[in-house]
Write a protein that binds this ligand. Structure first.
Ligand SMILES: Nc1ncnc2c1ncn2[C@@H]1O[C@H](COP(=O)(O)OP(=O)(O)OP(=O)(O)O)[C@@H](O)[C@H]1O
Ligand SMILES: [Mg+2]
Length: 249
């Protein structure tokens, strides 16, 4: 996908090179019936950033992510991924969006009757990729998440942390530009959670933009990334290297 106007010519001799934008919310309001889940939300995330989105339960974190992967549409306003307004994307273009965006869930959403390899390969089968290419890609993704030795195990024989690694491998197997994760460590113990966040950081360092909604205060405090804090559907702070406590309350 091409990106929004990276270069803006202000006059003959003044040229502004803008940061490349990966995510842009413009005056986004989301109503669920009478309930205002997001209230005129505007923010931007640049290519290559790793950003936490925090806030109390019901603040609207998952709603932000659902609008990004188009499980929901905004009531008003626009949601851009690169320069594509995903809220207006025709259904026929959705597979393209999904190829550019990996999604990681709290409950992993693995198919229980499939091995790690098969779970990760699933989106590649779905687009009709050649068998040899699938093998290469899946083994590459297993290597990134450190699970080469668990390729043939079923989810029930994996720990929670390992299951989430499979979930992450499935999310990155198509080489997405953007990875979004909703409470990826919500079901994991603190040590395992830290490992998962370090894995997400490594994926970010390989060039993928990463957006994580989380309640995991110790990890957010430790990682010193940009923190967006939501409350009642509004952005209450946006700090470059923030901590959970100072931003979320
Ligand atoms: N499908 C839905 N129908 C009706 N209301 C909804 C729906 N999804 C979310 N809401 C409401 O919208 C608000 C924002 O919900 P959201 O799930 O985005 O919050 P959250 O910040 O992710 O919370 P949590 O930390 O508990 O996951 C909440 O008041 C929630 O009850
Ligand atoms: Mg949520």
């Amino acid at each position: 996908m091409p990106l929004i106007k990276p270069i803006q010519v202000l006059s003959d001799n003044i040229i502004v090179i803008e940061k490349l934008i990966m995510i842009q919310f413009l005056n986004v309001t989301k109503m669920y019936g009478e309930l205002k889940a997001l209230d005129n939300l505007t923010f931007q995330i640049n290519l290559g950033e790793m950003v936490f989105i925090v806030g109390p339960s019901g603040a609207g974190k998952s709603t932000v992510l659902r609008l990004l992967y188009r499980e929901e549409k905004p009531t008003s306003g626009q949601v851009f991924v690169s320069n594509v307004d995903v809220s207006r994307l025709p259904n026929s273009q959705m597979p393209l969006l999904r190829r550019r965006m990996g999604v990681v869930f709290q409950d992993f959403k693995l198919l229980q009757n499939k091995t790690s390899f098969e779970n990760i390969a699933y989106p590649l089968f779905a687009i009709g990729m050649d068998q040899n290419e699938i093998k290469k890609r899946v083994h590459g993704a297993l290597k990134v998440v450190g699970l080469t030795n668990k390729a043939n195990d079923f989810p029930k024989n994996l720990s929670g942390g390992e299951q989430q690694r499979v979930g992450i491998a499935r999310a990155i197997v198509q080489g997405p530009a953007l990875l979004v994760a909703d409470e990826p460590t919500g079901n994991l113990d603190p040590a395992t959670s830290m490992e998962i966040f370090q894995l997400l950081e490594r994926i970010n360092q390989r060039g993928t933009t990463v957006l994580v909604a989380t309640h995991n205060q110790p990890v957010v405090d430790q990682m010193r990334k940009r923190v967006l804090a939501l409350n009642s559907g509004r952005m209450v702070s946006d700090v470059k290297t923030g901590t959970y406590i100072s931003q979320a309350n």
